[in-house]
Write a protein that binds this ligand. Structure first.
Ligand SMILES: C[S@@+](CC[C@H](N)C(=O)[O-])C[C@H]1O[C@@H](n2cnc3c(N)ncnc32)[C@H](O)[C@@H]1O
Length: 201
């Protein structure tokens, strides 16, 4: 599978404005060519956020990682709704990093940071309570499997990895079960499934 669109390094030319309303909060986002789902929030991303809001309680001081943040929609939403949590967003794409940095400022979010990182490469000793991802399926299992395997080292005890997938992508929940010994379907809508695994030593 091609992942060329994840690696563009062209200057940001045209910006799109996206507004996202939920739980009495409006998130305003800038987007551009060269990032995933540039003109509207991806349906899988919306289903993931809904699944988290309906099923997961993010405690004060929780450390949250948005892995493959794009222009920052998941991490900024979680940071805005949970002002006492600390959110780290990472992406390999420099355009995504630039946009996320702008979107953090635009939404006046003070509890989120963004780092350019190939998966966990810049997060060596960091551990999280939640690792959340709409994963880069276009990059293939050679990226997705290390994303799941690496989560085990980067989750605290009882920490959770939560990911969204299209219905029928069974190899990934199977991999979660293999790595963590558990996987649960948390939420489903519109042909998408939200799965979680919990780190239990
Ligand atoms: C499906 S998109 C999701 C983007 C955003 N979270 C959203 O929901 O709109 C996956 C993201 O993973 C990023 N990505 C791809 N390979 C990566 C890697 N090796 N390390 C970190 N991020 C990666 C892509 O650049 C892309 O932004």
């Amino acid at each position: 599978m091609s992942n060329v669109h994840y690696f563009t390094n062209q200057p940001i030319k045209h910006k799109y404005r996206i507004s996202f309303n939920l739980v009495n909060t409006t998130i305003n986002l800038l987007s551009s060519d060269g990032v995933f789902s540039k003109k509207r929030i991806d349906t899988g991303t919306k289903v993931l956020i809904e699944g988290i809001l309906k099923n997961i309680s993010i405690h004060d001081d929780a450390e949250v990682l948005d892995l493959g943040c794009g222009y920052g929609v998941i991490g900024i939403t979680i940071a805005k709704l949970n002002p006492k949590a600390r959110v780290t967003m990472v992406d390999i794409n420099p355009v995504a990093i630039k946009l996320t940095r702008e979107n953090i400022k635009l939404n006046q979010v003070e509890n989120a940071i963004v780092i350019r990182s190939n998966l966990y490469s810049q997060l060596r000793n960091k551990k999280f309570d939640f690792i959340i991802s709409n994963p880069p399926l276009a990059a293939g299992y050679k990226v997705i499997f290390p994303l799941i395997e690496g989560a085990k080292d980067h989750l605290k005890e009882k920490g959770r990895i939560i990911i969204v997938l299209r219905k029928g992508v069974n190899a990934i929940p199977n991999k979660m079960k293999e790595v963590f010994g558990n996987v649960e379907l948390l939420y489903k809508r519109a042909g998408y499934r939200v799965f979680q695994s919990i780190k239990i030593s």
